[in-house]
Structures are given as C-alpha cells and as structure tokens.
Ligand binder design. Structure first.
Ligand code: ATP
Ligand code: MG
Length: 601
C-alpha cells in the first residue's frame, strides 16, 4: 500500500480528551440502507457461493455483512485495528455478521504463522466471526476454482482476452492520465483462442510473464483502472493452502469483488486508495451477475481514510524489516506497533475500542497524534488497574528510632475511586526502599521531599523527619536516615495534626520483591518516521527501553501474566505474558501517568 500522505501537507490532529463524539459516515450509510431496506430479497445459502447456492435460500438472518480481509503476509498493526473495530463493530451494532477472510490470493510471502497471529489478534480485540450459528472464517484461495470458471465465462462472453504483449508494450498502449490508451494486437482475438490459451496457462504450458488474462473494458476510459486491467497472471509458486495446484493466480482487483459477492457482503469497506478501483469492482460484478454466476443484490464498496499515527510506522514491509534486521526482539516486542506487541505492552482491547470511537471514520486523510492513542489507554487503565507501589530507583531509608526487628502492616486502597475493590496490607519495618529522587541533601527551592530537617509523610504510614545521609568514598548516596513520630500513623486519631507538604512512597526492604522492570518509550524519535527521503531506521530511539531492578511491594510477586497495575506515581504496568514465571513476574511499563513526551526535555 501507499505510505501515508506526506506529513508536511497535513496538520497533526490532536483530539482533545473531551471531544464530541466523532463522526462515522459508514454508520450513516448503513442506517440509511437499513431504513430503505436496500437489500430486500437478499438470501443466504448457509455458506459462501455463486448464485445457485443462494438462489432458493431463506432470507439472510444477518441484517448486514461486512468483512475484514487481511492478507496473511505479516502481523496486524494498529492501522488494521481501526479496520477491525470498524468492520466487526458495525456488524455487532446492526445485528450483522462480519467475516474474517484471509485474502491469500498472492502465493508469495504468505504463511501459516501469519494466519495464526491474525486469528489471535482479532480474538484478543474481543471480536468473533461466529454469527447466527456459523463460523465465518474464510480463505480467498477456497474460491480459486470459481474465479477460474468466472474468468472462462468472461472470455466466452467477450469480456476478457489473453494478451501476449510484453510488459513494456502494455505500458505503451495503456496511455496516460491525459491520453487515452490504444487497443493492443490481441484485444480482438477470438474467444475460442483466448479460452485455449488460458487453459494452457493453467496447465503450466507457458512461461511466467509470457501472457496474462485481461478484462476487456475500455481502453479510452479516463479511469486508467478500466483500461483492460490484468486479472490473471502466471506464477509458478507454491501456495500455503493450495500447494502446487495452481500456476495462474488472480489479481487482487479481480479477486476481491468476487470474494465479497460469494460471501454476500453488503458493505465492503476499504481504504481510500481503492476508490479508483470501485468502477471496475462494479463492472466486474455486473458482468458476472448478468451471466447468472452471482446473485443479486451485489455488494457495494465504500472507502474510508486509513489510520495515520505519528511516531510509528504502519506498513507491513517496514515492520518485517524491523524484525528481520533485529532492531526489535520480534513481532511481539512491546515497542512494536503490532497488535501482538500492543498486547505484550499492556495496552487493552477496550482502549482500542475507545480509540476507534474517538478518532471516528471519515473520508479525508489526517494524522492522529500518538498521544491520543495513549490517552485512550490511560483512560481505560485508570479505571481497571489496581494501585500498587514500586520503587524504580531504590535507595535505603533507615528509621533510626524504629525497633530493629519489629514490623507492622499499613493498609492501602486497591483503587482510590473504587473502595469496593478493598485494601491490601503493606508491611512496614525499620528499613525501607524509597526513590532516589525523593531525597536531596541540599534541596533546591520548592523541593518538599526528604532533606535534612524536613518532615514528609510515608504514604499510608508515618510521618518521618530526615536526619541526614551516608555516602560511600566516591560520594554516592548509600542510605538516608530519619526518625519517625509514633503517633502519626495514617488513619489513627491525631495523625492529621502533622502538616507536611511531601508524601512519598516506599516498600519495606525486608519484604520487597526485587525484579526487572522494563521502561519502554517510543521506538522512533521523529514524528513521522521515514517521511520524505529519510530512512526510518535512522530515527530509532536509542533509549526506547531501559531495564531497571526495582523494589516492589510483596503482593506483586503473585501477579499473573497480563495482570495490569498502576504503580503509583510511575504509570501503568503489566506482568509480561511471555517472560513471567509463577512467583517471579517481570513488568513492562505500558504508559506513563501523564504525557511527558510533548514537554521540552
Ligand atoms: P500494509 O499497508 O501495512 O501492508 P495492507 O493494507 O496491505 O497493509 P491488508 O492485510 O491488505 O494490509 O489489510 C487488511 C485490511 O486492513 C484492509 O481492508 C486494509 O484496508 C485495512 N488496513 C490496513 N492498514 C490500515 C490503516 N492504516 N488504517 C485502516 N485500515 C487499514
Ligand atoms: Mg493489502
């Protein structure tokens, strides 16, 4: 596919958090169609198929049919998520069905691994292709026989011919945007001859590139796509599902409308670059329907603007390069804009749905700022993530007047806005871990946290007064010292007579769970990686991941894979679904609490 519109021309849209509901013109079309019963008489024979399958069948129980048609040649990315939410979402909203169709008409580069990853991604987003008791999971390659028969029909009806011009000759006769094309020497060859040659093509008697089958439409059309497009070519390639059965493969522009019609799709939604293909889509289906091969009513194609997101690349080719050249650890590296990566990163399916809602569906290209995506994730995570304490850059705090071997527990709410989620117990003892940045020996103006002589509250615990620190011979901070006030414990009578400005978090050193936490940041430093002539690989952020050994509150040791938390003050984190073992989870930072990216560093 074409890369997104060059950035300079279009402004970046930052949708404010409280934006009005975004528009979705596709919904308006569907509602209008349903209101006027545009598809009255549409039947469904229980499976995809040509006219006879649906001819005497019952009315379709699905009020609309959409499809999500990925080519299984890579992992799905955030752009595909927009299309998934649109196609499956609209079917769900209007009592329809959405088919998951693997558009596997191109034998090269397609693999089972990709099929599996696509299935997993769509399910993870919470969608199902099961509707009205049927699994609507289809493969375009299952229609190869029909497509071949349909091509023979077009030849017989005078709508297609085998062309033996070289690629160069074809280019020369195709014309330009301003000049009409001209008929080539094979355009008027008898149907009988085309039929024989096409059959020979199928039987492997001709070399790749020696001839193609072309639709016979209109060489003078102002739309170049109608100047006799190629619909079949010879490829001696092994196909991941049909093996070596075929050596002729249909072109996308021919295959896609047929797939839609066999599956009785009502609204075929695709991205804007296919707009110029729509006249051929309609032409082809009309020819096959008048020949009795396809049933009416026929599907309609509608185009919407693809998702362009700043700070990421959304092109399968580039994503494959990132993996193959080992810029990332794999397709599911938490920095990858793939759905597999997003899942590992800790983004949520509900966050995706919220994002799709917020950006809406329109007919004009625009750029969405990555912070809009992150805000949608924060919004959902804020609701569902339990609060926990983690010290990411630990330094020891010693409470000198606390008994050496004692400990006690402090209560902390699991979620400040949801008291029904209860509390958990935080062990408290003489030695704690606190954040290194929560102490300054020589405080700067306005610094309210620990410094000699200052008091702060240890969140959910006691008020302490800093007495000093210890340093090693190189001057590095080793520990901070303080004394506590026995009557200042949070929640006890009189505790609030202590007025302090600072409130810092901590974990008990003796009870803490020490583990690796991965702090992820954006994979690219530039707003539009690879824009213009630049190589996106040179814009990779060298600090896109930082590993720290953190000290976490003990309950986090029991976190199960994919469990999500807010680490107070630090952001949202998830227990990695691959690298976590029972009793020893590893955490990934999904997103910080606030957008720190757009501030000057
Ligand atoms: P890429 O350009 O990354 O190679 P593609 O369009 O070739 O993607 P397909 O597997 O053909 O990938 O895409 C499946 C569906 O997802 C198509 O209907 C396509 O229009 C849609 N899609 C792909 N990228 C985007 C995007 N950025 N925004 C919205 N929809 C998209
Ligand atoms: Mg494609």
């Amino acid at each position: 596919m074409k890369p997104a519109t060059p950035p300079a021309a279009k402004g970046t849209r930052r949708t404010p958090a409280a934006a009005a509901p975004a528009t979705n013109f596709i919904r308006n079309i569907v509602e209008a169609d349903l209101a006027k019963d545009a598809d009255a008489g549409r039947t469904w024979g229980g499976r995809p198929g040509p006219a006879p399958v649906h001819a005497s069948a019952a009315p379709d129980p699905a009020r609309i049919r959409t499809r999500f048609p990925p080519e299984p040649n890579g992992y799905l990315h955030l752009g595909h998520a927009k299309s998934i939410c649109l196609n499956f979402g609209i079917a769900r909203a209007y009592e329809g069905a959405c088919h998951l169709r693997f558009d596997d008409t191109n034998p090269e580069k397609e693999e089972q691994e990709y099929v599996d990853s696509i299935v997993a991604a769509v399910q993870w987003l919470g969608f199902s292709w099961n509707a009205f008791g049927t699994e609507h999971r289809y493969y375009a390659s299952d229609y190869f026989d029909f497509m071949y028969e349909a091509a023979m029909h077009l030849i017989d009806a005078g709508h297609a011919y085998v062309d033996q011009q070289s690629a160069e000759q074809m280019r020369a006769t195709r014309g330009t945007l301003t000049e009409a094309g001209a008929a080539g020497p094979y355009r008027e060859r008898p149907a009988e001859e085309s039929r024989r040659l096409f059959d020979e093509m199928r039987r492997g008697m001709h070399a790749e590139g020696s001839m193609v089958l072309r639709a016979k439409v209109d060489m003078a059309s102002p739309n170049i796509n109608l100047r006799d497009p190629t619909i079949y070519r010879i490829r001696f390639a092994h196909h991941h599902r049909t093996g070596d059965k075929w050596c002729v493969y249909p072109m996308y522009t021919y295959a896609h409308p047929i797939e839609d019609a066999l599956e009785r799709i009502t609204h075929s939604l695709c991205t804007l670059e296919f707009e110029d293909q729509r006249p051929f889509y309609d032409w082809l289906l009309a020819r096959l329907a008048e020949g009795g091969l396809l049933a009416h009513p026929l599907p309609h194609q509608y185009e919407f603007a693809r998702l362009n997101l700043t700070h990421v690349v959304l092109s399968k080719r580039k994503l494959i390069e990132l993996v193959q050249e080992r810029h990332v650890s794999g397709w599911d590296d938490p920095r990858m804009p793939t759905l597999a990566g997003a899942r590992r990163r800790g983004y949520t399916p509900q966050g995706f749905l919220g994002f799709a809602e917020r950006i809406g569906v329109s007919k004009s290209d625009s750029w969405i700022d990555y912070t809009v995506f992150e805000d949608c994730m924060r919004e959902h995570l804020n609701e569902v993530a339990a609060r926990r304490i983690a010290v990411l850059d630990p330094v020891r705090l010693v409470i000198d007047n606390y008994p050496d071997t004692d400990d006690e527990t402090c209560d902390a709410p699991n979620h400040p806005q949801h008291p029904e989620l209860g509390k958990r117990a935080l062990p408290f003892s003489k030695e704690l871990w606190i954040e290194r940045e929560d102490f300054m020996e020589h405080p700067t103006p306005g610094y309210f946290r620990l410094y000699p002589g200052n008091k702060v509250r240890l969140r959910y615990g006691y008020v302490v007064e800093c007495t000093g620190c210890e340093r090693d011979s190189a001057g590095n901070l080793v520990s901070v010292h303080c004394n506590y006030f026995t009557d200042s414990r949070s929640g006890t009578p009189g505790a609030d007579t202590y007025k302090v400005k600072g409130n810092i978090h901590w974990v008990s050193a003796r009870h803490a769970y020490a583990c690796v936490v991965r702090l992820y940041d954006r994979l690219f430093t530039s707003v539009h990686p690879g824009a213009g002539d630049s190589d996106y690989r040179r814009e990779i952020n060298p600090d896109s991941v930082k590993l720290v050994t953190a000290q976490l509150e003990p309950s986090l040791k029991e976190a199960h894979p994919e469990e999500r938390f807010q680490f107070e003050r630090h952001g949202y984190f998830v227990a990695d679904r691959i690298d976590s073992a029972p009793g020893s989870p590893v955490f990934n930072r999904t997103v910080t609490l606030r957008d720190s990216w757009n501030k000057p560093h």
